[in-house]
Design a binder for this molecule. Sequence first.
Ligand code: ARG
Length: 580
Amino acid sequence: MNIRTILIEKAIAAMAGAGLPEDTNPAVTQSTRPQFGDYQINAAMGAAKKMKSNPRELAQKIIDNLDVSDIAQKTEIAGPGFINIHLKPEFLAQSVQAANSDAKLAVNEHANPQKVVVDYSSPNLAKEMHVGHLRSTIIGDSIVRALEFRGDTVVRQNHMGDWGTQFGMLIAHLEDQISQGVDLDSVALADLETFYRDAKKRFDDEEGFADKARNYVVKLQGGDAHCEKLWKLFIATSVKHSEEVYKRLNVTLTQADIMAESAYNAELNDIISLLKDKNIAVESQGAQVVFLDELANKDGEPSAFIVQKSGGGFLYATTDLAACDYRSNKLGADRILIFVDARQNLHFNQVELTARKAGLLRDETSYEFCPFGTMMGADNKPFKTRTGGTVKLADLLEESINRAAAKLAERESDLSDSDRSEIARKVGIGAVKYADLSKHRTSDYIFNWDSMLSFEGATAPYLQYAYTRIRSIFRKSGVDAATLNSDVAIVEPQEKALALKLLQLEEVLDLMISEATPHVLCGYLYELASLYMTFYEACPVLKEGVEPSVRDSRLVLCNLVSKTLETGLDLLGIEVMEQM
Ligand code: ARG
């Protein structure tokens, strides 16, 4: 169900009938206030400019040709030539009823599903996941869920950083630990941060260690079996750490989605040969470099994109070019979405330009670098521990769950301890996720425990609470929500506002998917919950004296709100509970 799409089709037909130029944008939008109707067709103003005619007259011509009698009760011209559409209550009522009895809440599958590769999370395995990985992981995961919900074919790719010079140092240190009899799981890698720090310290201070580390890099890249075995051991342990975080965070990534940097090792030579053959890469001070005029600085000097180091080594850049080839040419992706920190903007511009020139990215593949801003502390600097260290993601999540438990403990409850701790887990994780996802993807935001865990305002706890309130209505009513299929009547303005919002889920998902911006869904769910609260105040459901038919109609609305909240939150990777 997409009212906007229905109106666009009707507007296009009307504009043709009214003799407007064929390329006129119908400019159909949701109205911002009830007095402007529910939707607007704003085409007249643009067309009048082009045709040098009067916009209000054009608007009237569009209306004369507009056939919306099946869905609208009134159309009117406002201001300079807006056409306001007031939808019919019967249309809204029937649509709500249909959505309520549909497993997908009347959200249609895409008519032309796309194949979408989504590169997200992608931590470097040398260290443990820290807060910097939160955004890529949860933003990417919500987009993946929304794409699948709309029927696209998604290939998740966790482009983990498992290759590079640091690994020489790490496996050299690991080897020594093992030879000293240290039990891997329990000690050496239980805390990757410490392990990394110790290795780095030895690299900087201990005689001979740095040479050994460098030698191990060369050996590893040359395929030496001993080094490879150590490396695999290290990688496996580090992957295990990330898996725990994924599970905690309720993200859908699994081992099968790992397509780490090293997966492209065998292709890198060919990539460089291709770039050289096509004269795209040229030698410069022993390195292979692609000079990009498109990204020239203000003095006109082209941007230099190094694709092979002077010693012959490959880089992050080379791997990303190979990844383009794999995703576009082998997998046949229509879209490639990459969720990475905004600081890598230049890198991905360079990758795309180079890959397009070399044919590593087909014209038909849209390559979408989806940057995000930084999570800041109260001091408006990147979020750190009190002592200035990086915050481990696992610790942050743990703290959120504990804080949620403390807040929940302040409330009256007759739930068992195990129920309460399960609720605290869902609230704590949900709060962190919603706080992050609800900010515009590209902005920096300030991390704040109190606001994210509040039961008021746009937060996960508020939405989860709204959901539990509806569930409790059903427990009290004795009506089975699953088989509820009563006739719906939209009478009160609060019912109308709620019904309209409920029917806009697909529109929101389309926006979220095309722009890769989960905040639009977050905002929608908050507006929905708020409209529900207003509706519930104004329109009694279970109160004595309410006509059974009115009660049942309102129960359908309640039910669709709860299902929409549940589905919407699930698309954000946030769990709901029956009670809290
Ligand atoms: N591992 C990188 C980092 O932590 C992110 C990788 C993103 N994906 C890519 N194809 N380069 O910064």
